[in-house]
Design a protein around this ligand. Structure first.
Ligand SMILES: C[S@@+](CC[C@H](N)C(=O)[O-])C[C@H]1O[C@@H](n2cnc3c(N)ncnc32)[C@H](O)[C@@H]1O
Length: 505
């Protein structure tokens, strides 16, 4: 339970937090400095307010003055004021000399248990090599955090995509995607000769395909597949998300992690279905560190995520490479606000297929993902994009250039209905039209009906239209036949991915 004095400090903090830095610095801080030790402690909330307000505003030189003031408070006779200063210093952006001042307190002043806790918390955030020299006086958590931040700065880690992963008994691979795309992933694995030699589809369910490796493989082999969103290795299935088994399995994966990481092996822990779980994360991190000190828990810029997912009444401990930006879609120099999910664009390109000499049009091309994915698939003779946004056209051109495709391309800035396309001139239309979610569309039904009508006109007989249909609208033109329909999650709402063929009659 909070004491009356802690509550008073909190109330004062809330009042002062709303003031400007000028008011705090010119009025409240001088008044505080004049107070006697007993009354200073009653006004400890000011220290917190100053650190928060100055971390958000105030110039560099003002911040330096505030830091000097906080440093002087580390020597205050009142333990409460010292603790508040310890908590405040890292917020302003402390320097190496602050680390020294904190360590001095730890060494000399025989701090109370509570003060030691505050010192450790401050050193968690600002500590460097000097902190590691006094690790015996600090909780293991602090050494771990400091080691991770030194490692992050000294050797930013990358994942070795081409390193071979030897066949590990029982290792499973999870390919996750938006719900509804699992069939495309499965098909992509089963239809690629290279993928079929390396992986076998073990099972699939909405949003998830499981693969069993059949031979040594590399992450690059997996990344030759374009229809999934994220990939992960299943390290183990456990009955409950307890710290001990998770730590054990992670420490046992140290060799795999070392093999696949260039630089320090850092990982973040996530419980996607259970929320933050801070205490559990801390416990697992400390246990892993005790078992395998080269594995450092670090939420910032870690190359690996260890995720605990619920699965058939149990939990899977998964290891996911954090590949951001995703190397498969590195051609995305720039984006439009409603850009497609890149793996969806890859699925749509595959759904359209490859007749060997295709002329492909995306009437709502945005940043050009569908066109580029279709180009990468091969067999396209010409890519055509239209968009009524001039910025989108520039972005699509720039992305297409980055994709380095050897395919002729042409773009039209304007409404797709005004694109100058002859009847029967296009073999494939692949598109994600506006859905009316972020930007309301005055007549979405009219827009989709026009898309269907235009498609029926410009497509060659046998040509295909692949599009994400936000409405349950069907073409009234006998020559467009619905040939495939799949409900998919478009990032929080469902639409149907549809494929139409223009008939020969
Ligand atoms: C959902 S976004 C397409 C995103 C695109 N697939 C991508 O990956 O970036 C829809 C696009 O349609 C464009 N648009 C909306 N109405 C249009 C119209 N009548 N004619 C042409 N383009 C239109 C918007 O400017 C927007 O770029």
């Amino acid at each position: 339970m909070k004491t009356a004095s802690a509550n008073a400090a909190k109330d004062l903090y809330k009042q002062l937090r709303c003031l400007s830095w000028e008011q705090l610095w010119s009025k409240h801080v001088p008044a505080f400095n004049r107070e006697t030790p007993g009354s200073k402690a009653r006004n400890a909330g000011l220290v917190r307010a100053v650190s928060v307000v100055f971390s958000e505003s105030g110039s560099h030189s003002q911040k330096a003055e505030v830091t000097a003031w906080l440093r002087s408070l580390l020597k205050d006779p009142d333990e409460k004021i010292r603790r508040y200063a310890m908590a405040a210093l890292p917020k302003i952006g402390a320097e190496a000399s602050d680390e020294e001042a904190l360590i001095e307190l730890l060494r000399k002043e025989n701090p109370t248990e509570r003060e030691r806790k505050y010192l450790a918390r401050a050193l968690d955030k600002i500590g460097g090599k000097a902190t590691l020299d006094v690790a015996d006086k600090l909780p293991v958590q602090t050494s771990l955090k400091v080691k991770a931040s030194i490692a992050r700065e000294e050797s930013p880690s990358t994942i070795r995509l081409d390193e071979r992963i030897e066949k590990i008994a029982g290792l499973q691979i999870q390919l996750r995607s938006r719900r509804g795309l699992e069939g495309f992933i499965r098909q992509e694995v089963e239809s690629s000769q290279q993928a079929r030699q390396l992986f076998k589809v073990k099972s699939s369910r909405p949003g998830l395909v499981e693969l069993t490796p059949l031979a040594d493989f590399s992450l690059s082999d997996l990344l030759s597949l374009r229809c999934f969103g994220t990939l992960a290795f299943v390290l183990k299935k456990i009955p409950k998300p307890d710290a001990a088994p998770i730590a054990k399995v992670l420490a046992a994966s140290s060799h795999l992690l070392q093999t696949l990481t260039q630089g320090s092996v850092r990982y973040r822990l996530d419980f996607p279905s259970l929320g933050h779980q801070r205490a559990l994360v801390r416990e697992i991190a400390n246990r892993v560190y005790a078992l395998s000190p080269d594995l450092l828990n670090d939420a910032r810029r870690a190359p690996w995520a260890v995720e605990i997912h619920p699965y058939e009444g149990q939990f899977l401990v998964e290891l996911r490479p954090r590949l951001s930006p995703d190397p498969r879609f590195s051609y995305r120099r720039l984006d439009v606000p409603a850009a497609s999910h890149p793996p969806l664009a890859a699925c749509m390109a595959r759904l359209a297929g490859n007749s060997g000499n295709d002329v492909v049009w995306d009437p709502f091309c945005g940043s050009g993902l569908e066109l580029i994915e279709r180009g990468l698939l091969g067999g396209a003779r010409k890519l055509l994009g239209s968009d009524r946004s001039a910025a989108a056209i520039d972005i699509a051109k720039s992305n297409l250039e980055a994709a380095a495709l050897r395919v002729e391309a042409d773009f039209f800035h304007g409404d797709f209905r005004e694109a100058d396309l002859a009847s029967n001139s296009i073999s494939q239309i692949i598109t994600n039209p506006p859905m009316g979610r972020r930007v309301p569309i005055p007549n979405l039904a009219g827009l989709i009906a026009d898309l269907l009508e235009t498609s029926a006109r410009v497509l060659q007989p046998g040509g295909v239209l692949v599009f994400a249909n936000p409405l349950s609208i069907r073409p009234s033109y006998a020559r467009l036949e619905l040939d495939m329909k799949q409900r998919i999650d478009l990032g929080g709402f469902d639409v149907h991915l549809e494929r139409y063929i223009k008939t020969h009659r």
